[in-house]
Design a protein around this ligand. Structure first.
Ligand code: GLU
Length: 502
C-alpha cells in the first residue's frame, strides 16, 4: 500500500544525457501528481555526474519540456530551494563526505586495481563460467595501508563492501517484496578515480538529505534496487517508499524503440521525444492525458483527464507494473478530444504559431472565424495548416485537372462553374444559409449530384480537394474573392477544353 496521506517530497532526477523521452515525462508527471495531491513538493534534480555522457542542451530541452506539460517544480535548478545545489556535479564534496563515512564504518573500501587487471579478472571469470564481479583483492587490504596509499596519491576508486553471504529483501510498492542473494551483487564503485560519485551513491545521499519520501522511477532501476537499499541501510537511514514504474515498449509491443526507429516514426508525424510532439502539433494537455494512462487507470471507462483532474484522481497504487506499449493512435484520439475542449480564442492562440511557421500571414479576426469550422476536424495543430492554410493566401492555385467534376467533362465542368458564378454573384453575400439551396437546385437542373458541383467549387475556391465546409469557407473568404476564384477556374477549364476537345 502506498502511503501518501502525508505531504510527499518527491523528485524527478533525470540525467541530461540526451533528449527527453516520453518515459521520463511520465515519471515526472506521476511524481508531480503525488506531490500536488498531498500538498508536498516536487523536486527537480539534475543527475549529471556522468560527464562523459553529458549532452549540452539536454537540460534546457528537459526543463522546457516539463514546463510545456505544466509540470513546474517547487525546488530545483532555476528555482532554488533549501537543498541547493540541485545539480549533482555541484555536490561533489557532499558525496565524498558520505563515501568517507562508509569507509569509516567499513561499508566501503578503497580499491587500487588497474583497469587492465580488472579486465583480466573479468575475462577469467567469463572463461570459468563464474559470476562476473570484483574479485575482492583490495577489500582484504589493511585499512591503514589503504589510507597510506591514498595519501601518497595512488589512483583509486571507492567501492561498496557488499556482504558475501545472506540476502536482502526490498519492497517495491507495485511488486511487493523482492529478495536478492548478496552473492549476486557486486562491490559496486561509489566514487570514481576522478573523485566524482556515481549515481548509486549520489542519488541515495541526495534522497536522504532532501527528505525524499517516495522514490518513483523507471523499472530500469530494479536491477540496482538491492544495491541502493544496501547503501541506505549501511548509513542506517530511513528508506523511502519505492515505486518502479513500468517500462515503455515500442508500438508493436516488443522491445524498446531504437534510434533508427525513432527517426522513421517522425516521418509519420509521431515521436517518442517530448519536444518533437510539440512541433508535431500535439497539445500538452493531450500528452499529459495520454502518458498518465500509460500504466495507470482510474476505472475501466474514464479517459478524459486534465492535469487538475489527475491531481485529484491519480492513485499511485493503481499503477500497473506490466510494460506498456506506446500507442500513437491513442495520442491522436486524446489530442482531438483536448482540441475540441478548448475555447475558440485559446485554440486560435495555439494555432497561430503553426500557421506562421508555415509562412502564412495570419489575421487574428479571420483566424477567429476559421477556428469554429476546423475545431471538430483537426487531429493536430499542424493539421490545421494543411486543411486551412489557404485562408491566408491571396490567390489559390488549383491543379487544373482537379477542377474537372467527378465523371464530368471539362466543358460540362466549366458550364457548371459558370452557372454557379451567376447564382453567387446575385447574392448579397455568400454564406451557408443563402448559398446552399440555390446551388443544390442548380445541380438538379444540370442533372448533377450536389457533390459533383460542390467538388468543382471547392477546388476553385480553396485550391484543395479536401477543405473545411464549403459555404462556411466561402463566407470567410468573402464574396469578391470567391467570385474571382471561380472566374479564374472557369478560365482554366475553358483553356483546357479548347486544347483537349474533351
Ligand atoms: N538519473 C537517473 C536517470 O536518469 C534517475 C533514476 C532515479 O530516479 O533514481 O534515470
Amino acid at each position: 500500500m502506498i502511503t501518501s496521506s502525508e505531504p510527499a517530497r518527491v523528485r524527478f532526477a533525470p540525467s541530461p544525457t540526451g533528449r527527453t523521452h516520453l518515459g521520463s515525462a511520465r515519471t515526472a508527471l506521476y511524481n508531480f501528481l503525488l506531490a500536488h495531491q498531498t500538498g508536498g513538493q516536487f523536486i527537480l534534480r539534475l543527475e549529471d555526474t556522468d560527464q562523459k555522457r553529458y549532452v549540452p542542451g539536454a537540460e534546457i530541452e528537459l526543463m522546457e519540456g516539463l514546463r510545456w506539460l505544466g509540470l513546474e517544480w517547487d525546488e530545483g535548478p532555476e528555482k532554488g530551494g533549501p537543498h541547493e545545489p540541485y545539480r549533482q556535479s555541484e555536490r561533489k564534496d557532499i558525496y565524498l563526505h558520505y563515501a568517507n563515512q562508509l569507509i569509516e564504518s567499513d561499508h566501503a573500501f578503497y580499491c587500487f586495481c588497474s583497469p587492465e587487471r580488472l579486465h583480466r579478472v573479468r575475462q577469467e571469470q567469463i572463461k570459468n563460467k563464474q559470476i562476473v564481479r570484483y574479485d575482492g583483492t583490495c577489500r582484504r587490504m589493511d585499512p591503514g595501508e589503504a589510507l597510506r596509499l591514498v595519501e601518497k596519491g595512488e589512483s583509486h576508486v571507492i567501492r561498496f563492501r557488499m556482504p558475501w553471504e545472506g540476502a536482502i529483501t526490498v519492497c517495491d510498492s507495485l511488486r511487493g517484496e523482492i529478495t536478492v542473494e548478496n552473492r549476486n551483487l557486486d562491490d559496486y564503485i561509489l566514487v570514481k578515480s576522478d573523485g566524482l560519485a556515481l549515481y548509486h551513491l549520489a542519488a541515495m545521499v541526495d534522497d536522504h538529505l532532501m527528505g525524499i519520501t517516495h522514490v518513483i522511477r523507471s523499472a530500469e532501476w530494479l536491477s540496482t534496487f538491492a544495491l541502493h537499499a544496501q547503501i541506505i541501510r549501511a548509513f542506517d537511514w530511513e528508506e523511502p517508499e519505492w515505486v518502479h514504474l513500468s517500462i515503455f515498449l515500442k508500438p508493436g509491443g516488443k522491445g524498446k524503440m531504437s534510434k533508427r526507429e525513432s527517426s522513421s516514426l517522425m516521418k509519420d508525424g509521431y515521436s517518442i521525444f517530448l519536444n518533437d510532439l510539440k512541433t508535431l502539433g500535439y497539445l500538452p494537455e493531450a500528452v499529459v492525458n495520454w502518458i498518465a494512462l500509460m500504466g495507470w487507470s482510474y476505472d475501466d471507462h474514464t479517459e478524459f483527464f486534465t492535469l487538475d483532474d489527475l491531481v485529484t484522481k491519480f492513485k499511485l497504487d493503481r499503477c500497473n507494473p506490466a510494460p506498456a506499449a506506446i500507442n500513437f493512435s491513442k495520442l491522436d484520439h486524446f489530442n482531438g478530444l483536448h482540441i475540441r475542449s478548448l475555447q475558440v480564442k485559446d485554440l486560435a492562440n495555439r494555432l497561430k504559431p503553426y500557421f506562421e511557421a508555415a509562412g502564412c500571414m495570419v489575421e487574428d479576426d479571420k483566424l477567429l472565424q476559421i477556428v469554429p469550422i476546423i475545431q471538430e476536424r483537426i487531429t493536430t495543430l499542424d493539421d490545421a495548416v494543411i486543411k486551412a492554410g489557404f485562408f491566408f493566401e491571396e490567390d489559390v492555385q488549383p491543379v487544373p485537372e482537379e477542377l474537372i467534376g467527378k465523371k464530368m467533362t471539362t466543358s460540362e465542368s466549366a458550364t457548371a462553374a459558370r452557372s454557379a458564378y451567376l447564382i453567387l454573384t446575385g447574392l448579397p453575400e455568400i454564406n451557408h444559409e443563402n448559398a446552399e439551396m440555390p446551388l443544390r437546385s442548380l445541380a438538379d437542373e444540370l442533372g448533377l449530384k450536389a457533390g459533383q458541383l460542390f467538388g468543382i467549387l471547392r477546388v476553385a475556391v480553396t485550391g484543395q480537394k479536401v477543405s473545411p465546409p464549403l459555404f462556411e469557407s466561402m463566407a470567410i473568404i468573402g464574396k469578391e474573392k470567391v467570385l474571382e476564384r471561380i472566374q479564374n477556374a472557369i478560365e482554366i477549364l475553358d483553356g483546357m477544353s479548347s486544347t483537349s476537345f474533351s
